[in-house]
Design a protein around this ligand. Sequence first.
Ligand code: IMP
Ligand code: MG
Length: 488
Amino acid sequence: MQRTDVIKKLPTGWRIPTEVIEKLPTGWKIPTEVIEKLRTEWKTPRDYCNPPGWIDIVLGLLWGDEAKSRVVFDLSGNYDIVARFNGGPNAGHTVVYYINGKKIEFVFHQMPAGILHEHVKVFLGNGMVINPVIMQKEIDDITKQGIDIKGRIFISQNAHLITPTNRMLDAAEEWANGGRIGSTQMGITPTYLRKIGRKGIRFGDYKYLRKYFYERYQESKAEDIKNAKSLGFDIESYTIDGMSLSEYETLWFASLEKLFQEAEIVNVEWINNQIADGARVLGEGAQGGMLDIDFGTYPFVTSSNTTTGGLLTGLGVRASYIRKVIGVTKATYVTRVGKGPFPTRMTDDDEYGENLRQNGREFGRTTGRPRDTGPLDLVALRYTAMINGVTELFLTKIDVMDGGGYKTLKICVGYCVNGEVVYEMPYKAYSRDVEPVYIEIPWCEKAILENGALADEVIDLCNLIKDYTGVEVKYISYSPNSGDFIRL
Ligand code: IMP
Ligand code: MG
């Protein structure tokens, strides 16, 4: 057999170590350009073993809205890539920051918050479901502020597209079940259903298999309409953002086409090669651990894995790349928007809860709904810290109780289930099944002292959280503005 044949049979991407090439017997014919590629460009599996790059992850630990994106934004100056790996426009990630002294509030739904740093590339992984109309609006909002996005947006070819009728079907289902889940109605579940049912459409289909793409699109549309009709949903009067379905469809295709000009559609090698070349990646989780499809309060959850495992499959990377898992939670209380179990949920007439909602601006950024509030839940926190392998904690919104006259802070340290106190998450965490066991610790008028130090009560809280979850509190933020956080 000729040597060139040998080389041809090697899998693509496989590199013969230089030492080996140099020792090849005389007479072996290897095209010089192949040798050059082998020596320089192509990666070998060895390059992925101990790469100079790594991944840190920022994850919400409870039911979302922990203020993850401000954490991502605050930390992402030290990273080269910020990557989203799950969910889609159901997320509402708020970042408040100043450009030339002007306060600007961005609410991102799909775009990783790192886009605001011009040295950062953003990656939307295969685990995401993406609506191009919403993505295009995000791009427009960012560029309007003079931020250059050119060459900085990368989307996995395996990410799935949320079509207009996927979104309509989500609304139809929520309508038909009387708002049982409290879904954001962004089309998340119908799109993931099609993905798992092996009928989804992906960015790669639009790039490489246009005919197949259109066939699948029409098929999906027909099925979604049929399903919505069978639920008795009034399709004719359904509007999306003030548009009829067909108007929205036109915009959807235009946005998709435009997105292909502004973003690069890449394969899974892209992120792996970036890390092999030394990229420092920050994974940006969406929703929270208690909304995870497997470990959350099922069925009142979102349709993706919001936890560390979701990052591995949602980007297509090795577990060994992960360096830190930064768990985010609000320092003194918990919120939930939408329906479902929330053991420390306060009733509507509870002043404690109402004050928290107003002071903490606890209204959904995607839907505008008021969020339910309740005391900090260390049982749930311990549970998701365990599942995610959290290595450090970032507490947010420590200022929300300031000046509220709170002398004590109520904290849930166990659940009473069938008369027995447990600290593991019960199979059913409905409030009728679970009675929180509270302790009260002394609280302060101001969490951060004039000299910038933490009040003793805050330090005691951090110690309690560490004892309970086994994880150290490393950061505390004290205002919605980016940069306003303390590193412990
Ligand atoms: P879906 O993900 O839109 O299907 O909604 C399922 C549940 O997850 C509902 O209770 C939503 O309110 C909740 N949810 C989805 N995304 C978020 C989020 O980003 N923050 C908080 N709750 C969310
Ligand atoms: Mg949110």
